[in-house]
Ligand binder design. Structure first.
Ligand code: UDP
Length: 333
């Protein structure tokens, strides 16, 4: 299939582009490179440096490429930043997505796979969280993703554009072998920070809160490996290609690990390489962190036949370690 992938030079995007191409698809990547890296793209992927805010350029691209399906990652992703700069987030994520949908509606009307997030649930009351749990984002970031979900529904009603919305939990890991991995300009994610601490780029790990209502007092998250997540996109594209109706799926393992369990697993991986365990310090809670976020992912397993292969926490961390150890400064040499 001829696919357009927005944000394909980013962390999740670049892993997905590889899996889509391995599955035999032809991929054109649209990315403004605000946080992505062309080095992350595999040979054979066509690349267009375009900003989704440039409607004319996006429409022109649809006319030229005539994609049969669109996979839409391009977005700003930092929760904290979204609270400080809401305008930037609404403009990039909502207006950018609107431009994409409008250009699509005016040209090929291709089905869309959308990169959504567990942040749409906010402080969920049930755990594991099913897709029909109440929505209530606690951040502007989550709000922009939920607004885009609503726009997708409206464009389906008006223009017949089908969609699959994938709500990601905590994405981590890297393609085994260390060629590509997580390289965000601002680093906030637990596993990436821990591994950069192991490399000596930071002094110690802060544990944000030890007084949560969880077994060891630290927050629990559902850590999903980026390659398993990429596979979910391949299955979603195939389902849309086969005529499937629109659907929404959580993508997570269905069980969580605490911050302390993650740091213990990081210690286990790095000490095997002769490094000392990480220094840890208990710090205050980070504002906005819910105690536990775990996916109920039965729907995607049942309907799309998705099965996660990276279920062992140490194994997941080892793939991220291969990337960071071989690229201590990301894509910069
Ligand atoms: N966390 C932590 N120390 C850090 C970074 C993160 O204790 O240096 C905690 C954070 O408070 C949360 C969990 O690790 O409970 C996962 O955070 P991350 O930023 O990786 O993902 P999020 O769940 O916020 O999307």
């Amino acid at each position: 299939m001829n696919l357009l992938v927005t944000g394909g030079a980013g962390y999740i995007g670049s892993h997905t582009v590889r899996r889509l191409m391995e599955a035999g698809h032809h991929v054109t990547v649209l990315d403004n490179l605000s946080s992505g890296h062309v080095e992350a793209l595999p040979p054979g992927a066509a690349f267009e440096r375009i900003d989704l805010l440039d409607f004319g350029a996006v429409r022109d691209l649809f006319g030229r490429v005539k994609p049969e399906a669109v996979v839409h990652f391009a977005a700003l992703i930092e929760v904290g930043e979204s609270m400080r700069a809401p305008g930037r987030y609404y403009r990039n994520n909502v207006v950018g997505s609107l431009n994409l949908l409008q250009a699509n509606a005016e040209t090929v009307k291709a089905p869309v796979v959308f990169s959504s997030t567990a942040a749409v649930y906010g402080d969920a009351e049930v755990t594991p969280i099913p897709e029909d749990a109440p929505k209530g984002p606690t951040s502007v970031y989550g709000e922009t993703k939920l607004m885009t979900e609503h726009m997708l529904d409206a464009f389906e009603r008006a223009h017949g554009i089908r969609n699959v919305k994938l709500r990601y939990f905590n994405v981590c890991g890297a393609e085994p072998g260390g060629a590509i991995g997580e390289a965000h300009p601002n680093k906030t994610h637990l596993i990436e920070l821990a591994l950069l601490t192991a490399l000596g780029q930071r002094e110690k790990m802060m544990i944000f809160g030890e007084d949560y209502p969880t077994p060891d007092g630290t927050c629990i998250r559902d850590y999903i490996h980026v390659v398993d997540l990429a596979d979910a996109h391949v299955l979603a594209v195939q389902a849309l290609q086969g005529g499937a109706a629109s659907s929404t799926y959580n993508v997570g393992l269905g069980h969580g690990f605490s911050v302390k369990q993650v740091l213990d697993a990081v210690d286990a991986v790095i000490t095997e390489d002769g490094l000392p365990p990480l220094k840890r310090e208990i710090a205050p809670r980070r504002p906005g962190d819910p105690p536990s976020l775990v996916a109920d992912s039965h729907r995607i397993q049942g309907e799309l036949g998705w099965t996660p292969h990276f279920t062992d926490l140490k194994g997941i961390i080892r793939t991220a370690w291969e990337w960071h150890r071989s690229h201590p400064h990301g894509f910069q040499k």
